[in-house]
Design a protein around this ligand. Structure first.
Ligand code: IPE
Ligand code: IPE
Ligand code: MG
Length: 249
């Protein structure tokens, strides 16, 4: 895939998106919520294609949270079916475009058909190097952190590690995201201003961009607008503006 001539000056390496507003988009059109999710799947396709074109290396999409299991059973099963459909239809495109799939979350809770499809897609895209697409499925940030703590505690009990060995790097190595950089930019659609249990550890220094556009209407130009807003920010990581300007160590 060719690189876009409109590549912004400061492109994030990793963009994470909370894809929100499918239900409200549908309601506004007098349609059932699932119609919003179906239209949202098209935005997923477009966002992946656009990120790949621009040369973004990691794109993480929040597709289903641990809290979303509490939605009405009809909506949950509809979403699971939609995810299966999406993977069936899109796997060959991912391979063709050099996109590697990674999944974060409690995948054991997903229906076995979907789990098998995910494993298949992860397998056939394993050697793709163009971009990594991370799907957050049955994902919760608190659950991820607790899981990492339990893992490290078990390793201490087994004598592989001592509590003194545990620093931020070791803790990170026990998270789902151990092999990917933290997001530089978080986008949330649909005029909601919260994190909703997404990447609580990893978002420590992400730039947050909120847009009022509902996810089914999120297109390449809205994506570009969010990237422009990112490019206009000064990321100081605790330092002073002067230090950042002079690139002082
Ligand atoms: C996001 O859209 C999709 C998922 C959470 C699965 P919503 O379904 O949350 O849409 P709203 O927020 O109700 O409009
Ligand atoms: C966050 O959206 C989860 C996903 C986008 C998958 P929600 O719609 O579930 O978040 P809340 O409930 O409004 O915080
Ligand atoms: Mg929502």
């Amino acid at each position: 895939m060719a690189t876009s001539p409109n590549k912004p000056a400061s492109l994030p390496e990793h963009v994470a998106i909370i894809m929100d507003g499918n239900g409200r988009w549908a309601k506004g059109k007098g349609l059932p919520r699932l119609a919003g999710h179906r239209q949202g799947a098209k935005s997923v396709r477009n966002a992946i294609e656009h990120a790949r074109k621009l040369g973004i290396h990691f794109l993480t999409l929040y597709a289903f949270s641990t809290e979303n299991w509490d939605r009405p059973e009809r909506e949950v099963s509809g979403l699971m079916k939609l995810l299966e459909e999406y993977l069936r239809g899109e796997t060959s495109n991912l391979v063709k475009n050099g996109i590697r799939l990674k999944v974060i979350g409690d995948v054991e809770r997903l229906p076995s058909g979907l789990r098998n499809l995910l494993l298949h897609t992860i397998d056939v895209t394993a050697r793709c190097t163009g971009m990594t697409l991370v799907l957050a499925l049955s994902y919760g940030g608190r659950g991820e952190i607790v899981k990492a703590a339990v893992n490290l505690a078990n390793r201490c009990v087994a004598g592989e590690l001592t509590p003194q060995d545990i620093d931020e790097g070791v803790f990170e190595s026990a998270l789902f995201t151990c092999d990917i950089p933290d997001p530089d930019l978080l986008i949330r659609t649909s005029n909601e201003f919260r994190i909703s249990n997404f990447l609580l550890w990893q978002l420590a220094y992400a730039e947050l961009v909120f847009t009022e556009v509902c996810w089914p209407d999120f297109d390449a130009s809205e994506f570009d607008r969010c990237l422009e807003e990112f490019a206009s920010r000064e990321r100081r990581f605790g330092r002073t503006s002067e230090q950042c300007l002079t690139k002082e160590a």
